[in-house]
Design a protein around this ligand. Structure first.
Ligand code: ADP
Length: 272
C-alpha cells in the first residue's frame, strides 16, 4: 500500500497550557513496496509521524492516505488500519503476555477473525520468518532469551501479513549480530512479499544498508529527503544549514561519521 501524507501537523495536548507542536506541515509520499528510513535526533518527531501512519494518532490538521484509506482530523474510527499496518516499537517483548509463544503469535491473526487452520499456518510461517525454532512455540514467552522474545513479538506482527511494516528502533538492546540478522530477515520479507517498510533508526549504518530513500527530521519537519546516497552526501549542507535547532548539528555529525570512512562509496552516485 502506498502512503501519501499531505500538510500533516500534530499538536499534543492541544488547548492546554502543555500544548506541544510535534509535527509541522509534513508532506511526503512512500510508494507501495518501498523501504524507507526515517532519521533525526530524539524529539524530532519520528515516532509521532509513524504513529499517524499506523493509525495510532489522529492528525491535528492535514491528512494521511494509506492505500484507499484516508485519515483526517475528523476520522472517528482509526481501527480500519489494524492488521494492514504493523508496528514494532522499541522493546516489543514487553507486550508478550500469553501462556505460550504460539498463542502470543496467534493473537493478532485471531483478532482479525481468521479460521483456526489459517492461524496455525501463519504462526508456523511467522516463527520461521524471524528464525525461531518450532520447538519454542509451546514454551512460555518468558522462558525465552531476550533476543528470542524480541523475535516472538515481531513474529506476532508479521503473522498479520501487514502491507506496511513500521519498525521504530526495532533492534535496540540486541547484540550487533542479532540486530543484523533480524534486519536481514525483514529485508528478505520486504523483497519477497513486496511489504512496504519504514525503518526509524538512530543507526546510520542500518538505514544506509537497507533503505532506498531517507527522510531526515528536525524540529517536527522533514528537513532533507531523497535517495539514501543523495542524503548521505549532503552532510556538509546539513551541518551548515542553520535550522535554529541543535538537532541539525547532531544529525550532520552522524552523517559525517557515516561518510568517514565512506563505507559504501561504490553505491554513491552524485546527484545532478
Ligand atoms: P522522536 O521519535 O524523534 O524522538 P517524538 O515524536 O517522540 O520524537 O516527539 C516529538 C516531540 O513531541 C518532542 O518534543 C516530544 O517531547 C513531544 N511529545 C512526544 N510524545 C508526546 C506526548 N505524548 N505528549 C506531549 N508531548 C509529546
Amino acid at each position: 500500500m502506498g502512503i501519501v501524507i499531505t500538510h500533516l501537523s500534530h499538536v499534543y495536548m492541544k488547548g492546554t497550557p502543555y500544548a506541544k507542536l510535534a509535527l509541522t506541515d509534513i508532506n511526503l509520499e512512500i510508494p507501495s513496496g518501498a523501504y524507507v528510513g526515517v532519521i533525526g535526533a530524539t524529539g524530532s518527531g519520528k515516532s509521532t509521524l509513524v504513529q499517524h501512519i499506523a493509525g495510532l494518532l489522529r492528525p491535528t490538521s492535514g491528512q494521511i492516505q494509506i492505500g484507499d484509506t484516508e485519515i483526517t482530523p475528523d476520522t472517528k474510527d482509526l481501527s480500519m488500519l489494524r492488521g494492514r499496518v504493523g508496528v514494532v516499537f522499541q522493546y516489543p517483548e514487553h507486550q508478550l503476555f500469553e501462556e505460550t509463544v504460539a498463542k502470543d503469535v496467534a493473537f493478532g491473526p485471531r483478532n482479525l477473525g481468521l479460521p483456526s487452520e489459517e492461524i496455525e499456518r501463519r504462526v508456523i510461517e511467522a516463527l520461521e520468518w524471524v528464525g525461531l525454532a518450532k520447538e519454542l512455540a509451546s514454551r512460555s514467552p518468558f522462558q525465552l532469551s531476550g533476543g528470542q522474545m524480541r523475535r516472538a513479538a515481531i513474529a506476532g506482527v508479521l503473522a498479520m501479513h501487514p502491507d506496511v511494516l513500521i519498525l521504530d528502533e526495532p533492534t535496540a538492546g540486541l547484540d550487533p549480530a542479532g540486530q543484523r540478522e533480524l534486519l536481514n530477515r525483514i529485508y528478505t520479507l520486504h523483497r519477497e512479499r513486496k511489504m512496504t517498510v519504514i525503518l526509524v533508526s538512530h543507526s546510520m549504518d542500518d538505514v544506509a544498508r537497507y533503505a532506498e530513500t531517507l527522510f531526515v527530521m528536525a524540529g517536527g519537519r522533514v528537513v532533507l529527503r531523497g535517495s539514501t546516497e543523495g542524503v548521505l552526501q549532503q552532510a556538509d549542507r546539513l551541518r551548515e544549514w542553520d535550522l535554529g535547532e541543535p538537532e541539525a548539528a547532531r544529525i550532520a555529525g552522524r552523517l559525517n561519521q557515516r561518510l568517514d570512512p565512506p563505507l559504501r562509496l561504490d553505491r554513491f552516485t552524485p546527484e545532478s
